[in-house]
Ligand binder design. Structure first.
Ligand SMILES: [Zn+2]
Length: 208
């Protein structure tokens, strides 16, 4: 059973342009990686893109197409907590390090807060597979969906091994390498800066 499909299932997939327009430089990877990338460490000190409740709500709104019907905005502190847990686990996986047991336990607790059962819905001649979700608070639906996404990412060796960190020095954004063997988190931010820097070095070689 694929638990991540929203019951509606009609929403178009998020694009990078939509994510960037909403203030998130990296987006359209998957829900877990996009959430991890809300801690932007492109400079020496990390920048929290979830700076307030409104920014957090914007993140969830962007990903509404990946959330179960009936979800509600989680409080900022809970979104940040889950983000930090996912970030630490994805970082460790990407670096080939062992996963922290306490972080795994916390991730699983977020996932346990909501669960779905498959249901058969009949309306006249139309028969469809739908899902019925169980949860204590609607906000748990959003958090659990992100936790499921992280579990799907970490639990599948093929998906996990495709995870990369941006090739630009100091940028720690994560993304999926994909077929194009991409090196940068985004072509229009780090890709551009890296190309400009290499061009500059070619034009201005250091004296030896
Ligand atoms: Zn980058």
């Amino acid at each position: 059973m694929k638990r991540l499909d929203p019951a509606g299932g009609a929403s178009a997939r998020l694009t990078l342009a939509q994510a960037q327009a909403a203030g998130f430089p990296v987006g359209a990877e998957n829900l877990a990686v996009d959430l991890a990338d809300t801690l932007a460490r492109v400079t020496t000190s990390p920048v929290d893109l979830l700076r307030d409740q409104a920014a957090s709500d914007r993140f969830w709104e962007l990903h509404a197409g990946e959330l179960p019907v009936g979800w509600a905005f989680p409080p900022l502190a809970e979104t940040r907590r889950l983000r930090d847990v996912i970030r630490s686990l994805l970082d460790a996986a990407q670096q080939g390090m062992p996963l922290d047991e306490r972080a795994v336990h916390e991730l699983n607790a977020f996932a346990l807060a909501a669960s779905a059962s498959a249901q058969l819905t009949v309306q006249g001649a139309q028969v469809a597979r739908t899902e019925r979700w169980r949860y204590a608070r609607p906000a748990h639906l959003a958090l659990a969906a992100a936790a499921f996404s992280a579990i799907d990412t970490l639990g599948d060796p093929a998906i996990r091994s495709n995870l990369r960190q941006c090739a630009r020095p100091l940028c720690t954004m994560l993304f999926f390498r994909g077929d194009r063997r991409r090196r940068w988190c985004t072509p229009n931010t780090c890709g551009n800066r890296d190309r400009v820097a290499r061009h500059y070095r070619r034009r201005h070689p250091r004296p030896t």
